[in-house]
Design a binder for this molecule. Structure first.
Ligand SMILES: [Zn+2]
Ligand SMILES: [Zn+2]
Ligand SMILES: [Zn+2]
Ligand SMILES: [Zn+2]
Length: 567
């Protein structure tokens, strides 16, 4: 079989389907896609909302609770205890399939009457994480999004095994870290990017196994270095004192100098390491035969996958989050924990098997077009069948979907084999993960058929301006917990919480001057976005496929040149 060029139904650009893709489609018995890989990724990510939370009342018990759904959304939303309770399982909303009507229209109808959980969590595996989203197997976390196996973490995202840390992004198996992104096995690492196995490292990037370093780049096994210059232990101690790293103004001075210094040193072609075998993508680690990934760990034979954060993921395509012993997932998001053979679905987890066109089917097997269904097997539109009648009706519906596909307001058809984002998307584009990684204006989003939301959580009047906060944490007294601070960037009000104050005292760092949202935005800005580019290595000139577009200011080396210079 040869490459086939197709024209994307959504963006009208050409895209290529390769022989290996056809093999996969044949293996899982689906027709090839009609949307290009990027449009498919955005469509999936628009169905998930990890980072935009609102206050809303539970539609069952009335409790005021944080929710992914905004108060104006006209759907039923249950608080987590109510959603996960055993007194309902979703079959209460069962519908008979009407062959005279379009099937996905009926799934859409079901999706508008079943109750949703406020937050997307594996609730039964959590302890004291009521203000965190997309989280499992964790305890005492606050305002954390996308995390597994974490403890006492604040205001951080995309984590695995992070403990006693705050304001981090993509942190793995580390402790006492602050304002750092992309790291594993770190202890006391602050304001640093893409550095592993480091202890007491500040404002550094791409450093490995370093101790006591400030503002360093591309060092291996170094200690007592400042801006890549080696000092004696005593000199280092003196210099550090002069920098006043415990003060707000001291930190800002070193930060500015560090960011300028970082740009003068080469970047590796993509973020990954030598344990990868035959991979392309960005932030890809310990993976094999996996292409076009973005934030992918422990994947094998995968393509166009994002946010694979827990081992392991095998034979998957077009899959956005999160791994943990899964296989054969296609055009789905937020699927994990022992799932296999899942297509065109969102939020189906914990050993779900053979799931199609379903949303929020947990611990369920063999379901087709089900929404908010728990612990059920052989259901269609939440209605229970026996195996024989399920198989027969499923085949009938697939034929009907091919003959009479759902067509949306923009004339895009969704035959069997196409993920049905318009139906499952309960989030406005700007509140969804797509909005976070592929920002669009209101007009651009609406032109593609996405909803938009202008609502915001109301904030109270600030009692103190951030510029008046104490220079150091030593000068900060407990009454700060009563104050409402005005963010120095967006002027929104925010508070300091007890655990955060305790943490900052422990690491001897001053209070942040920006609200949690602005801090989060700045961290995401430090990270490369999905999307790969062809350019040349700035050292040897060979062609590389990299997240750094040719017009970016960074000096970029191919893996070979980078390894030759920095091991
Ligand atoms: Zn497209
Ligand atoms: Zn409730
Ligand atoms: Zn702000
Ligand atoms: Zn090179």
């Amino acid at each position: 079989m040869e490459n086939e060029t197709k024209n994307c139904v959504n963006c009208k650009k050409d895209f290529t389907i390769e022989p290996e893709d056809f093999n996969f489609y044949e293996k899982i018995k689906v027709p090839p896609p009609t949307w290009c890989p990027e449009c498919r990724m955005i469509r999936r990510m628009a169905c998930v909302n990890a980072w935009s939370l609102f206050w809303r009342n539970c539609d069952k018990c009335g409790t005021r609770t944080l929710s992914m759904y905004s108060p104006s959304q006209k759907i039923n939303v249950y608080c987590q205890p109510c959603w996960w309770a055993d007194d309902w399982d979703g079959t209460e909303y069962a519908m008979d399939y009407d062959p005279k009507r379009n099937f996905l229209e009926q799934v859409k109808e079901l999706s508008e009457k079943t109750p949703y959980t406020t937050l997307e969590t594996a609730y039964l595996t959590l302890k004291n994480c009521d203000y965190s989203n997309c989280i499992a197997y964790s305890k005492n976390c606050f305002m954390v999004a996308w995390a597994d196996y974490c403890e006492s973490v604040y205001y951080s995202s995309i984590l695995n095994g992070l403990k006693f840390s705050s304001d981090c992004l993509r942190g793995w198996e580390s402790e006492l870290c602050y304002e750092s992104i992309g790291f594993i096995n770190n202890y006391r690492t602050f304001f640093s990017d893409e550095s592993d196995n480091c202890v007491d490292v500040w404002f550094s990037r791409n450093c490995y196994s370093c101790t006591n370093c400030v503002g360093c780049v591309n060092l291996r096994g170094a200690s007592n270095c400042i801006f890549n210059v080696k000092y004696s232990k005593e000199e280092y101690g003196e210099k550090i004192k002069e920098m006043k790293l415990d003060s707000w103004s001291g930190l800002r001075k070193v930060e500015k100098k560090a960011y300028e210094f970082w740009l003068t040193k080469p970047y590796r072609e993509y973020h990954g390491h030598s344990l990868n075998l035959n991979v392309t993508g960005e932030y890809t680690f310990q993976s094999k035969n996996s292409k076009e990934g973005y934030i992918v760990n422990y994947a094998e034979n995968c393509k166009w996958c994002q946010f694979i954060t827990v081992a392991s993921t095998k034979d998957c395509m077009d899959y956005s989050g999160w791994g943990n012993n899964v296989e054969l997932i296609y055009e789905s998001g937020q699927i994990g924990d022992g799932v296999s053979n899942c297509k065109f679905s969102v939020d189906c987890f914990e050993d779900s098997v053979n799931t199609e066109y379903s949303l929020w089917c947990v611990r369920s097997k063999n379901n087709f077009g089900c929404v908010n269904l728990k612990r059920k097997s052989y259901c269609i539109l939440n209605k229970q069948y026996n195996k024989e009648s399920f198989d027969k009706l499923r085949m009938q519906i697939i034929i009907d979907m091919k003959k009479n596909p759902y067509v949306d307001g923009l004339g895009r058809a969704y035959p069997y084999g196409e993920f049905f984002g318009v139906c499952f998307g309960k989030f406005a584009y700007n509140n969804s993960n797509a909005g976070k990684f592929f920002p669009k204006t209101k007009e651009q989003a609406k032109a593609q058929g996405y909803a938009w939301n202008d609502e915001e959580n109301l904030t109270t009047q600030a009692t103190i301006k951030a510029s008046l906060l104490p220079e150091t944490i030593r000068e900060t007294i407990d009454s700060i917990l009563e104050e409402i601070i005005e963010c120095s960037n967006c002027a929104r009000a925010y508070k300091i919480v007890q655990g955060e104050l305790d943490f900052l005292r422990k690491i001897n760092l001053p209070l942040p001057h920006e609200c949690p949202k602005c801090r989060e935005n700045t961290r995401f800005f430090r990270m490369n976005k999905p999307g790969m580019h062809h350019r040349e290595c700035d050292k040897c000139g060979i062609k590389i496929y990299t997240p750094y577009a040719p017009d970016r200011p960074e000096i970029v080396y191919c893996v070979k040149c980078y390894q030759h210079e920095f091991a």
